[in-house]
Design a protein around this ligand. Structure first.
Ligand code: NAP
Length: 291
C-alpha cells in the first residue's frame, strides 16, 4: 500500500462513481469530492473531502471525471489554486482540445504535470474495470500513473505529449454517435418492412456490421429500454466539441453535423436524458411506425 499514490478523485457521476470504487478496490488510498456531497458515501473505503482544496492538499495524483468544458475550467482552477509543485493532475472527462490546452498552459505555469486521459467505454465497462484509457501529456507522468489507469481499465495507451487524446476520444465518439443513427435508420426500415424485431436484431448482431457497440446495445434495443449508459444530451455535447474543433481546423464534418440535429430533436422533445440509442424512436416516429 505504501508505494501506491494517494489519489484525490473529483466527480462521482455515472462514470466517476464506479471508477473511484475500482481505485479503492485496487488498494489505493482514495479521497473523493463531488458537487453533490452525499454521493461521497457511496464510495466505501474512500475518505470524503470537505472541499477541492482539502482533497488536493492530501493527494499526489488528482483525477477529475466531470461533465464538460465549463466544469473543467472551474474545477481545474480550484485544483491549481490548492496544488503544490509536482502534483499530477489527470482529467479523464470528454472535453474540447481547446479548453484542455488552456488547462495545460495553466498547469505548466504552476509546475504541475497534467495528463489528459479520456476513456473509451461506458458505465458497464467502468464498473467492470475494463475501460480503455487514452492518455496524452508528459510521458514520465504517464508512466507513473499507468498502474492507476490499469486499475480502471484493461488497456491504457499513451498517444502523444499534448492534447492528442482529446482528439482521439472525439474521433471515437463521432463514430459511436453516427453508429446509433445508422442503426436507427436501418432498423426502422426493417420494421416497416414487417420483419420480426428479435430475429432481425439477432441477425444484425451476428452479421458483418456487428461491432462491440452494437452488441452492447442489443438488449436495450430488444427490450426498448432506453435507461441511459450515455445520454443523448452527452453525445450531443461531444458532437458539438467535434464540430467546433473541425471548424477550427477547416475540416468539414457533414455527417456529424446532420446527426447532431437529431440528437437536438431528442433534447427538444425532453428525451435528452435517455440513452443515445433512443434515436431509434425518432426514426420510428418519422416513419409512422406505431409502438
Ligand atoms: N457515461 C458514459 O458512458 C461516458 C463514457 C465515457 C466518457 N464519458 C464522459 O465522462 C464525463 C462524465 O460522464 P458521466 O456519465 O459520469 O456524467 P454524469 O453522470 O452527468 O456526472 C457528471 C459529474 O460532473 C459533476 N458536475 C456537473 N456539473 C458540475 C459543476 N458545475 N461543478 C462541479 N461538478 C459538476 C457532477 O456532479 P453532481 O453529482 O453534483 O451532479 C458529476 O459528478 C463526461 O465528460 C462524459 O462525456 C461518459
Amino acid at each position: 500500500m505504501a508505494d501506491k499514490q494517494k489519489i484525490g478523485f473529483i466527480g462521482l457521476g455515472k462514470m466517476g462513481l464506479p471508477m473511484s470504487r475500482n481505485l479503492v478496490k485496487a488498494g489505493y488510498p482514495v479521497a473523493v469530492w463531488n458537487r453533490t456531497a452525499a454521493k461521497a458515501k457511496e464510495v466505501e473505503g474512500a475518505a470524503a473531502a470537505g472541499s477541492i482544496r482539502e482533497l488536493v492538499q492530501g493527494s499526489q495524483v488528482v483525477i477529475s471525471m466531470i461533465a464538460d468544458d465549463q466544469v473543467l475550467r472551474s474545477v481545474s482552477a480550484q485544483v491549481l489554486e490548492a496544488a503544490g509543485r509536482g502534483l499530477i493532475y489527470v482529467d479523464m472527462s470528454t472535453v474540447s482540445p481547446k479548453v484542455s490546452a488552456e488547462v495545460a498552459e495553466a498547469c505548466e505555469a504552476k509546475g504541475l504535470e497534467y495528463l489528459r486521459a479520456p476513456v473509451s467505454g461506458s458505465t458497464a465497462l467502468a464498473a467492470a474495470g475494463t475501460l480503455t484509457v487514452l492518455c496524452s501529456g508528459p510521458k514520465a507522468a504517464y508512466r507513473s500513473c499507468e498502474p492507476v489507469f490499469l486499475s480502471l481499465g484493461q488497456k491504457s495507451f499513451h498517444v502523444g505529449p499534448r492534447d492528442e487524446a482529446r482528439y482521439l476520444k472525439l474521433t471515437l465518439n463521432m463514430m459511436v454517435g453516427l453508429t446509433s443513427a445508422m442503426t436507427a435508420e436501418a432498423l426502422a426500415f426493417s420494421e416497416k418492412g414487417g420483419l420480426d424485431w428479435d430475429t432481425t436484431l439477432e441477425i444484425v448482431a451476428n452479421s458483418v456490421v456487428a461491432s462491440p457497440l452494437i452488441g452492447y446495445k442489443m438488449n436495450l434495443l430488444k427490450e426498448r429500454n432506453f435507461t441511459p449508459a450515455f445520454t443523448a444530451g452527452q453525445i450531443a455535447k461531444d458532437f458539438d466539441l467535434a464540430l467546433e474543433t473541425g471548424r477550427a481546423m477547416d475540416l468539414p464534418l457533414p455527417l456529424t453535423s446532420l446527426v447532431r440535429q437529431f440528437y437536438g430533436v431528442m433534447k427538444a422533445q425532453g428525451q435528452g436524458d435517455l440513452d443515445f440509442f433512443g434515436l431509434l424512436t425518432l426514426w420510428e416516429a418519422m416513419g409512422g411506425i406505431k409502438k
